[in-house]
Design a binder for this molecule. Structure first.
Ligand code: F6P
Length: 548
């Protein structure tokens, strides 16, 4: 089906032509109930989408599009364990990882819960031993430093969550995340850390990812230089992987290998043992509270009618902005320092899942799919790129994300932080008209000539759509809900666009080429004739200047 030719799509296009005559100022003026109508709350998580450029007919039309795309049926297929990741022939069951029920899941015949619970137990044992100081290094010292070595989904989720929940972090443990192949990431850390008190978690679903493998081997060499004995690896290395054989080859004993499964996508793996560093930081009960938050969102997603379903509404708004308003990018603006990694996490979640132009049926998509996701801590952005958001003339929908109370409170900080967050979304939505700007300049005592010079610079077009997501506090439960909200939003968008959101073939070509170019960088000239002139020119530069 070419979704863009359906009556549902066409009538949304027509509606948008009518609606674009209206500014957000008009939409708010027309409807005093607008906030009430276009906001929703689930267990304290408040989503205000009233500053999006929608009205009720637009939302109704988008809901019709969701029904036409069989969103509910696809959701049920995912939760029932069907192999909806067709290009990899895999089920998509990360929701099992946060299923806290004692019932079989997804069904009695293929119940994955016994394995999930067994690994949770293994995590709990490790977490309790490390946090209590019972886990000892090769010289008998308690662990003080945890280094997670991983990349992509094996880095971004745990790094985000550990930082987000830092207020609850164990006082005697320090956490580090190493992902970059550039030795400038690992080297300064190894200089600082003591091998006797350092525990590495090698998080890699495949255990073949080049960046992780090279960093892990360097860390092992560093440990062995101090410990000298192979058995020390068992005191200082844990693996989280779906390839236990490869972890064994690395030297990690079975007791330290935590399994994940092929039905957990890398970018959906925070809820698995990939989240071990989070559990070490906040304790297993804190980690399980995060799982409960995600499970709450799963249950809401499964049971709530589409018109009140938060991930569905978020997805529909994104489809509206992308396909009907023509937005090419979207900004994620966390205001709490502790969720500073949210934009990076969502970049992978959204763009690796839906950054595609081919549908699950192998046919080219008939509409544009995922916008470019980017973002930064909100207040930092205010003093950097917000100028362009306000007056740059681009349509850039924003998600403002903020917790009502601070996780690291100091007197005098939180209220101004919240004021800034709310001021920005209001300024983006409502702008400043020419007559408002003129009045301000007149009141400031400027003469006509001065006003004429300044006026064009003081006008703000506004009409920039945004959603504000508020949490009462940054706690594990709210974080779990927030991240699961975005996961399901991405899924629903994928369904509407006709995409398999769970593969990522687009990252493979670069990996293949890097492997092919490595010998050339190292000086092997056998393949030089096959290289394009740009690549060979750049390699020649490395051969002259690099120290490989
Ligand atoms: O290259 C992309 C990717 O496959 C991501 O999907 C994944 O999160 C990341 O690499 C890391 O993969 P692994 O956990 O297998 O090391």
């Amino acid at each position: 089906m070419n979704i863009t030719l359906t009556p549902e799509w066409q009538s949304l296009l027509q509606h948008q032509t009518r609606l674009e005559q209206k500014h957000l100022r008009d939409l708010f003026a027309e409807d005093p109930q607008r906030f009430k109508r276009f906001s929703a709350e689930l267990d304290g998580l408040l989503i205000d989408y009233s500053k999006q450029r929608i009205d009720q007919p637009a939302l109704d039309g988008l809901l019709a599009l969701a029904r036409l795309s069989n969103v509910e049926a696809w959701r049920d297929r995912m939760f029932s364990g069907e192999k909806i990741n067709i290009s990899e022939d895999r089920a998509v069951l990360h929701t099992a990882l946060r299923n806290m029920d004692f019932k079989p899941f997804p069904n009695a015949e293929h119940d994955v819960m016994p394995q999930v619970r067994a690994v949770r137990k293994q995590m709990r044992d490790i977490v309790e031993r490390v946090r209590s100081g019972l886990w000892r290094g090769f010289k008998g010292d308690a662990i003080q430093n945890i280094v997670n070595i991983g990349i992509g989904g094996s880095d971004l989720g745990p790094k985000l969550a550990t930082r987000a929940l830092s207020a609850m972090q164990h006082p005697n443990l320090n956490f580090y995340y190493v992902s970059n192949l550039d030795s400038a990431h690992l080297a300064p850390l190894l200089e600082e850390l003591d091998p006797r008190t350092t525990l590495f978690i090698v998080a890699s679903k495949t255990f073949t990812t080049q960046e992780t493998s090279i960093n892990a081997h360097t860390a092992r060499t560093w440990l062995m230089a101090a410990a000298m004995e192979e058995w020390a690896i068992g005191k200082h290395f844990i693996a989280v992987t779906s390839s236990p054989d490869k972890a064994r080859e690395f030297g990690i004993p079975d007791t330290n290998i935590l399994t994940i499964w092929d039905w957990v996508g890398g970018r959906y793996s925070l809820w698995s043992a990939v989240g071990l560093s989070v559990a070490l930081a906040i304790g297993m009960s804190g980690f399980e509270r995060m799982l409960q938050g995600a499970e709450t969102m799963d249950k809401h997603f499964c049971a709530t009618p589409l018109e009140h379903n938060l991930p569905v509404l978020m997805a529909l708004i994104s489809v509206w902005n992308t396909n009907f308003l023509g937005a090419e990018t979207t900004a994620i603006l966390p205001y709490n320092e502790s969720i500073r990694h949210l934009p990076a996490f969502l970049q992978q979640l959204e763009m690796e899942s839906n950054g595609k132009t081919v549908g699950r049926n192998g046919e080219p998509l008939t509409c544009r799919a995922n916008p470019i996701v980017w973002g930064e801590i909100g207040v930092n952005g205010q003093h950097a790129f917000f100028q362009l958001l306000h007056q740059g003339g681009w349509l850039i929908p924003c998600d403002f994300v903020v917790a009502a109370s601070s996780d690291h409170p100091l007197p005098g900080h939180q209220a101004p932080l919240l004021a800034n967050c709310l001021a920005q979304s209001a300024a983006l939505a409502f702008g400043k008209t020419e007559s408002q700007a003129r009045e301000e300049l007149t009141n400031a005592g400027l003469n006509e000539a001065q006003i004429a010079t300044l006026l064009p610079h003081k006008v703000f077009a506004g009409n920039q759509p945004s959603t504000t997501i508020l949490m009462p506090a940054l706690d594990p439960f709210q974080l779990g809900m927030l991240l699961a909200l975005y996961e399901h939003k991405v899924f629903v968008q994928g369904v509407i666009w006709g995409i398999n959101s769970f593969d990522q073939w687009g990252v493979e070509l670069g990996k293949q080429l890097a492997n092919r170019l490595l010998p050339a960088i190292l000086g092997n000239q056998d393949y030089d004739a096959q290289l394009d002139t740009s690549t060979s020119g750049l390699i020649a530069y490395f051969r002259r200047h690099g120290h490989v």
